[in-house]
Design a protein around this ligand. Sequence first.
Ligand SMILES: Nc1ncnc2c1ncn2[C@@H]1O[C@H](COP(=O)(O)OP(=O)(O)O)[C@@H](O)[C@H]1O
Ligand SMILES: [Mg+2]
Length: 260
Amino acid sequence: MHANYEKLDSPQGQAKAGLSEDGYHLSQKEFDDNIYYTLGTMAAGIVHEIRNPLQSIRSTMQLVELKYKDKIEHLHQYIQPLLEELNAVNEMLTQFLHLARVESKIIDLADLTQICHRAVTLMQPQAMLYGVEIRERYLSDLPSLLCDARRIQQILINLLTNAINARKRGGKIVICLSLDTSKTKFVLRVADDGLGIGEEVLQKIFDPFFTKGCKDGVGIGLTISQQIAKEHGGILSAASKKNVGTVMTLILPLQTPINS
Ligand SMILES: Nc1ncnc2c1ncn2[C@@H]1O[C@H](COP(=O)(O)OP(=O)(O)O)[C@@H](O)[C@H]1O
Ligand SMILES: [Mg+2]
């Protein structure tokens, strides 16, 4: 195992690790709120304009199949892939909605350790499928956080999904939660020993719709995650080294600037 990776295998080690000094490339991009406003307006418009006709197309296709299935050979085989394509477009629209912040927020005091553990539990089947081990390292007796737990969990699911996808097979992921030295911020890290990200690509990973190497990628997982972090007064950054691995770091203030 790489020395840097060893150091990350404990909450204290992760909090202290000077990743850039260890030869990791760093990426941390913040977007102007205007870009989200524009995307949000666009997304709401697109969803409105496309969802209804999509539903009509879908119903008509199902009706055609029902009516002509005895008359046209292999009709189901023709129709089914089209319905799947429609579902994919629908999924894309749902992703747009996330980006548009159309969903309502539920702000409450939550246990960040539990949120992490729940995200890991949800991702465990996918990790097992790829033969990836997920290790959890949480500092005990951490304070509660005023947050939208579902959205924070969404960040973790996005990070874990990327970490699982970033490899051919096998390996491990360490998810680690601790406090910074001043004890005013949570430090949450998802470290993987996957393929890593080259310096040039690393500068683009938070860009909306940037995707590379992931077959079902839409390219907005990190954009959304960054946005959620920002809404909680936090910041999401990436450090990576090609063929060594990637460390995603989410810093969240103990006192989030959000109101319940
Ligand atoms: N842990 C990681 N290891 C390697 N590459 C990553 C990792 N996380 C993100 N990336 C890169 O960043 C890109 C953007 O990620 P994301 O915004 O989640 O979109 P998507 O996963 O849909 O491609 C990915 O396509 C991938 O190239
Ligand atoms: Mg992703």
